[in-house]
Ligand binder design. Sequence first.
Ligand code: CS2
Length: 507
Amino acid sequence: MPDAITVQPTTHPSGTRLSSGSLDSLPATIGRPAYDRAAVTPGIVHIGLGAFCRAHLATYTDDVLAAGDTQWGIVGVDPLSPAIRDALKPQDCLYTLLVREEGRDSLRVVGSFLDALVTADQLDEVLALMAAPATRIVTLTVTEKGYCQDAATGALDEAHPLIRADLDAPEAPRSVPGLLAEAIRRRRAAGVPPFTVLVCDNLAQNGIKVRGIVVRYAELRDPDLAAYIAAQVSFPCTMVDRITPATQDADRATVEAALGCRDAWPVVSEPFKQWVIEDRFPLGRPAWEKAGAILVEDVHPFELMKLRCLNGAHSLLAYLSVIAGIETIADAMADPQLPAVVRRLWAEDLIPTLPPVPGTDIPAYTAALEARFRNPGIRHRTIQISSDGSQKLPPRLLEPARELFAAGKAPAVIPLAVAAWMRFLLEVDEKGTAYAVADPMAAALTGIARANRQDAAALAAALFAVEDIFAPELVAEPAFRAAVVERLDSLMTVGVAATLSALLGTP
Ligand code: CS2
């Protein structure tokens, strides 16, 4: 289904707020819920109210509601901040999706969120909702770090402060594993079968991994509950994709001009979206395939392709760009050298690690990715993508590097990406502008960087020793260590442009 039709700026008087009451007075060109929202009942609790789920899950579900299946409304829960709830509630949880591509914006108001809650101040309500028989699926977009995992192994980080706190007070959980376990326990106690847990974050084998994390947490809490979760709860794996940069004030102004009323928190995305889901939903699911989702037996090949080719390239571009002072991915793709480096990453390091992907020509997929990265309507900030490198590098780039070495090959470009991340930890770009490193391990990582800022070999060695990030087999490879140190030394002494010239063999 198309997201909406092209819209022209409107001259409608401004000042009112988007809400159910203002839907009828929107310009005709703005897409809007093509169903009676009052007749929709909640069937999904979604945890993590960021922009991504509002551009992805919510639009697929909006299309299903429009197709007449009204039992799948979504209640959104933010585990941390009240900001998005407080923006959405006065708008009856309506918001605008602004889809941008060159020379063409389209807008649609999305209606699939029925309510919004925050665990920090509404925990009882959240748990009651998750335990309610009508809730048949709990979806999650809490980012990689939200699962309290050890990024190198994907296992529960048992020393995580939120996990320690939840094990002390398991009926008042604050962590995501704690929340899921407590909600499932309440359902079981009430004789209600468990919901399906649908993880929509960029983790390798996301359902399998989060199942392992939740079962381990439950083992520490109550082995009987752990056995129940292991036996009874379905955690299908998914591959999710839609580039969704953080909303800027300029986007709010664009949306207000088009709508003729104010939307406090619209979402911006590219036109492309993809969702591949393992079809294991014991209590049923929305017919997301009606909105273009692909339901499969095994997501793994799709997920590896996306996590490595899209997200891996994003991370490479982000670290090189932040240190070179390049602000967005589209700007990076206008650089004379960066696109060639990304193409080599795909062709030499990543595509050789991928299994066949059903119905997909992988070189055509990466060519399409290049066009998506170039979309000039999307101002996707490299500093945004640089966040949480400790969580993102292992599945995107370190695991393929490990696989290449295991197959007797050396990666051509991954050491550069790792070196760029190490250089990025110095918190100042080549033009002398300071930036902050956002990462759950930021204090430790920037401390290491500060202590070794003059010496590439010492900096790399100290970071290789961080076992939460680097698998021992990978850092035991002398060729990997040497290649990273060489690139890091080059980035620290001659900078990004000269390092890329040397890699590409350009003058
Ligand atoms: C990005 C992703 O911020 C990041 O790390 O690589 O958010 C990326 O834009 C999405 O996964 C695209 O589907």
